[in-house]
Design a protein around this ligand. Structure first.
Ligand SMILES: *Cc1c(COP(=O)(O)O)cnc(C)c1O
Length: 432
């Protein structure tokens, strides 16, 4: 399937109707468990010498189609779908820094991620180093320490749509024998392919533009298959485990058992299986439906975004706009280098008014919904500092370049004139 182009894969990838009673649409396998058939077969399944299903906490045929489709779209060797974007981030970061160590990241991340990294990870023996991300790789190079286990960044940051020089940052990571893990939620594989530019692990909140209809909470971890986990820094991948026995009873490591997809194998058999944030087959089905129109949706959202930004540039109530493809953005050259199809449909602007007027603006929009999500088919507006990034302290907000006046828009699939008129009348109301 990897020989086909993106739009073919997003509709058909990872699925063979012949294997599913010739069902054209991917069936929802609503079953907790699977008949094994015969005792010898259980041993073959458990030792991974035969592919098949045992129990839906480990794997499920509907979920597998989604995992395979996204792995192909991203150019990875395997993917693991989980019950939320937060579960995807947690499992990936714990798997890489298991046993202790440091994660190097930036101040510009999704609010929930910032708070989890600061508050929870140190209690699991994982320290976090956060730097200011001006897009370049030099700062990362300086901040890597002896026990740094990974670099973690968002390819387009939440909320300000800040970009990073992925290729250069990947180079720094690999020079230090550590993987680059990226959260590609805002970009989706349609706008940006991180693996092609050197990322080792790609994470999605599939809740957002990947599914695109605001009807599911889900996450995905994609394994590029390219990182060398046997380099001495990651014993959790090369130590033999009792549960990874082959048919003859010999214990194996994740690298022995899964070869180039050792990371995905470990995330599935340790983290998904034992920490248990499983995606339901019904939710996998909803995401598969959403994926069928990924390119068409994101294209229209990007073009709507451009039109709305053009209007906001003329709006007196707007003091600045943070979107990487506009001429004044310091990320314009990175946008030109990496985002030829656009830099997503979420961005921020500064509202030139009092806190009361911000509330008035939010209360006056009729089409834009006031809610904490992005990438939905419907357009959304939110005052970031009080909501999606409300967990951040005053200092963290400053480091993340978020202020009281920061308004985030996520542009949907509505008619762009209707959206612009809605904002226009809300600005008029706010300044009345
Ligand atoms: C929403 C979001 C998450 C968290 O995903 P959930 O599916 O809500 O758990 C992580 N990263 C980014 C960039 C997000 O926008």
């Amino acid at each position: 399937m990897g020989d086909y182009n993106f739009d073919t894969i997003k509709v058909r990838g990872g699925y063979t109707p012949k294997d599913h009673n010739y069902s054209v649409s991917v069936p929802i396998y609503a079953t907790a468990s699977f008949e094994v058939g015969e005792a010898e077969r259980f041993e073959r399944l458990a030792s991974l010498s035969e592919e098949g299903y045992i129990y839906s906490r480990l794997s499920n045929p509907t979920v597998s189609v989604l995992e395979n489709r996204i792995a192909i779209l991203d150019g990875g060797v395997a993917a693991v779908a989980v019950a939320s974007g937060m579960a995807a981030i947690t499992y990936a970061l714990l798997a890489v820094a298991e046993g202790g160590g440091r994660i190097l990241t930036t101040h510009q991340l999704y609010g929930g991620t910032v708070d989890a990294l600061k508050k929870l990870y140190p209690r699991f023996g994982i320290q976090i180093d956060s730097i200011d991300n001006d897009g370049g790789a030099e700062e990362f190079k300086k901040a890597i320490k002896e026990d740094t286990k990974a670099i973690f960044i968002e390819t387009i940051s939440n909320p300000n749509a800040i970009l990073s020089d992925i290729k250069e940052i990947a180079k720094v990571a690999h020079e230090n024998n550590i993987p680059l893990i990226v959260d590609n939620t805002f970009a989706t594989p349609y706008l940006f392919n991180p693996i092609k530019h050197g990322a080792d692990i790609v994470i999605y909140s599939a809740t957002k533009a990947l599914s695109g209809h605001g009807n599911v909470i889900a996450g995905v971890i994609v394994d590029s298959g390219k990182f060398n986990w046997a380099n001495g820094k990651f014993p959790q991948f090369s130590e033999p485990y009792f549960t990874l026995k082959d048919l003859n009873g010999n214990e194996r490591s994740y690298i022995d058992a899964f070869k180039e997809s050792a990371f995905a194998g470990k995330v599935r058999l340790d983290y998904l299986t034992y920490f248990g944030a499983v995606l339901s087959p019904f939710d996998a089905y909803l995401i598969l439906l959403g994926l069928e129109t990924l390119s068409e949706r994101v294209q229209k959202q990007v073009s709507n975004t451009q039109k709305i930004i053009d209007y906001l540039k003329t709006e007196e109530g707007v003091s600045w706009i943070s979107y990487p493809t506009i001429e004044t953005s310091s990320y314009k050259s990175l946008a030109d280098k990496y985002f030829s199809k656009g830099a997503g449909s979420t961005f921020t602007f500064g509202f030139n008014g009092t806190p009361e007027q911000i509330n008035k603006l939010i209360n006056s929009v009729k089409l834009f919904s006031y809610q904490a999500n992005v990438g939905d088919a419907r357009s959304l507006i939110i005052n970031v500092a009080k909501t999606t990034h409300g967990e951040l302290t005053e200092e963290q907000l400053k480091l993340a370049k978020i202020s009281e006046e920061t308004i985030r828009l996520s542009i949907g699939l509505e008619d762009s004139d209707d959206l612009i008129n809605d904002l226009k009348q809300a600005f008029r109301e706010a300044f009345k």
